[in-house]
Ligand binder design. Structure first.
Ligand code: PGA
Length: 263
């Protein structure tokens, strides 16, 4: 029986100098270490990965990058390769909506990154979600299904259960206007798991963890974690506050679900 172990990841975005990052990790790591039954991941900017990896060594707190390029090395000025990420991190966020909106990320480049994660044995946290316009015009289902289908295409069936999806409606990110738990749960059950089932089969689709992201805070986290299809959270703004992030992580640690096996 494979349970979906809850996962809470902090996406720090473009925040914190190295000194500030160290300070934040010092103020939260002892508290996070006391919380069991949940996978905990911090995703600081590239510049702080080295310092934070040293601080987290020997703890059960994982480290993730916020992006990576798909080629191993070469003339790609400004990019960071999966081989380099692999030296420091176990996780990598792929296809965040800010990367899609501001840096030209497409479903095709998301897929290249996903396949690079597979090749380099990194756990990808793949972000999907509709914009406000898509939401208001009733296109959520079509958009999210397409993002899953194209973004996850050609992943090996052995690797697929490692993939983590973050369902992040763009209209809920950084706005303070989170989705309702029920709405997010509906998108996961009606769109995301069926799209994954079409790619990998039902058992694998049930084994893949799906997080919610978008204005998660200590006050609303349980609303999401109480939903049967939501296995944790990708937290932006609230992950920059030690108390808040610890409280969200604690709420996720109470999750206990996912009775299905992968064969
Ligand atoms: P937010 O960001 O929690 O600040 O809304 C979430 C995210 O972008 O991953």
């Amino acid at each position: 029986m494979t349970k979906r172990i809850p996962l809470v990841a902090g996406n720090w975005k473009m925040n914190k100098t190295i000194a500030e990052a160290r300070e934040l990790v010092s103020s939260m790591s002892a508290r996070l270490r006391e919380i069991g039954g949940v996978e905990k991941v911090l995703c600081p900017p590239f510049t702080s990965l080295m310092a934070i990896s040293t601080m987290l060594a020997g703890t059960d707190i994982g480290l993730g990058a916020q992006n990576m390029y798909w080629e191993e090395k070469g003339a790609f000025t400004g990019e960071v390769s999966p081989l380099m990420i692999k030296e420091l991190c176990k996780y990598v966020i792929i296809g965040h909506s800010e990367r899609r909106a501001y840096f030209g990320e497409t479903d095709e480049t998301v897929n290249k990154r996903l396949r690079a994660a597979q090749k380099f044995d990194l756990t990808p946290i793949v972000c999907v979600g509709e914009t406000l316009d898509e939401y208001e015009s009733g296109r959520t289902e079509a958009v999210v299904a397409r993002q899953i289908k194209l973004g996850l295409a050609d992943a090996d069936s052995a690797f697929a259960p490692r993939i983590v999806i973050a369902y992040e409606p763009v209209w809920a990110i950084g706005t303070g206007k989170a989705s309702s738990g029920e709405n997010a749960n509906g998108v996961v059950s009606k769109v995301i798991r069926p799209a994954m089932s079409a790619l990998f089969g039902e058992a694998t689709a049930q084994a893949i963890r799906v997080l919610y992201g978008g204005s998660v805070n200590a006050g609303n986290a349980s609303e999401f974690f109480n939903q049967p299809e939501i296995d944790g959270a990708l937290v932006g703004g609230a992950s920059l506050k030690a108390d808040e992030f610890a409280a969200i992580t604690k709420a996720a640690s109470r999750l206990d679900r996912g009775q299905l096996t992968i064969d």
